[in-house]
Design a protein around this ligand. Sequence first.
Ligand SMILES: Cc1ncc(COP(=O)(O)O)c(C=O)c1O
Length: 429
Amino acid sequence: MTISMSAAAATNAVALHHLKPSANQIAAFPTTLSRQSTSTTRPISITSSSTAFQTTSPPPTVASASDRVFNFAAGPATLPENVLLKAQSELYNWRGSGMSVMEMSHRGKEFLSIIQKAESDLRSLLNIPSEYSVLFLQGGATTQFASIPLNLCKPDDAVDYVVTGSWSDKAFKEAAKYCKPKSIWSGKSDKYTNIPAFETLDQTPHAKYLHICANETIHGVEFKDYPKPAAENEVLIADMSSNFCSKPVDVSKFGLIYAGAQKNVGPSGVTIAIIRSDLIGNCQPVTPVMLDYKIHADNDSLYNTPPCYGIYMCGLVFEDLLAQGGLNEVEQKNLNKAGILYDAIDGSKGFYRCPVEKSVRSLMNVPFTLAKPELEAEFIKEAAKEKMVQLKGHRSVGGMRASIYNAMPLAGVEKLVAFMADFQARHDA
Ligand SMILES: Cc1ncc(COP(=O)(O)O)c(C=O)c1O
């Protein structure tokens, strides 16, 4: 039986010339599929035999750069365009292996070379000391909220949490199932717009660790420096999900750094943990095997099937960050982008407002409101028409939020700022 039908090709034909890759970029990462016509209908034929259905569809339409938007989402978030193009060029046949990375055995030599290179590039980027293990895990940063106390504490151990926003609050609440956490500071009464002065922290003597969220994605507050744990042998732990690899970090100040990949370094599905090796191997007996850092460290993150494609993508991002000159360079770009956006907000004579205390404003997530909240929906709608999407603030906070991770081009921030000025001129009566 043969059925023929037409399907609308999901092409978004609005031109966005700013994102067009240069001829050099395309030549550097040649695609194995040639560009197809972007006609709106194409035939799909489905053929069935008595034993199986076979589907035959034409090669997919290759979207052009002009179809892309500036994506200000908090995560999953925008990825570097040259990384996407490189992944596209390698998707069908990875470097002559005759298969896609998605089809490879995680124990084969091809994937081993991918995960080892990803780890070694990350070590170079963050200058990770040799006594630290790098683990590629699953379950999101949320799973780490449980893994950390399970691996680092006994049920009666005291640990301290600095609660600067929703994510550190979630981490604190999860820890209560596995040890005795104390919230030694909370910014809740100020709607999470600040970071405490470290000398005011009432740290618990003999706490096993001090946990912070280095950048609160929802509220846009970021630690610019890090507190020192008070107790001897106590370690500092940081959730760096939303500012991972956005600037240099002295890893040796921390016992453990963890981050979901889907904001700055790859797609969702990969969580990276950087842990001092002496902290590994003491988990509580009830710890599920998948949450035991020792299992993952002893097996080089290959105890079970890892998120292979996600790790490959993270590896491409690490390569790209190194090619940009490393994290000092990346930080300068992020400072510049964030400066332009905060200046636009602060210079708007109150039309736009950022609630966060200036000294701790995030370089990655910029929340802002309008003095006339009734205009916010219109702002978001009009911005989307201009191909700037995902600017709505988190549902718990409202307003707007522009996430401007590493991969957000300067042109995206400049376009947003120009739009904001134009919107203000039209509505600031
Ligand atoms: C700072 C921070 N921590 C933890 C999480 C939870 O990450 P996941 O969804 O990967 O579990 C997020 C997600 O947005 C986050 O921004």
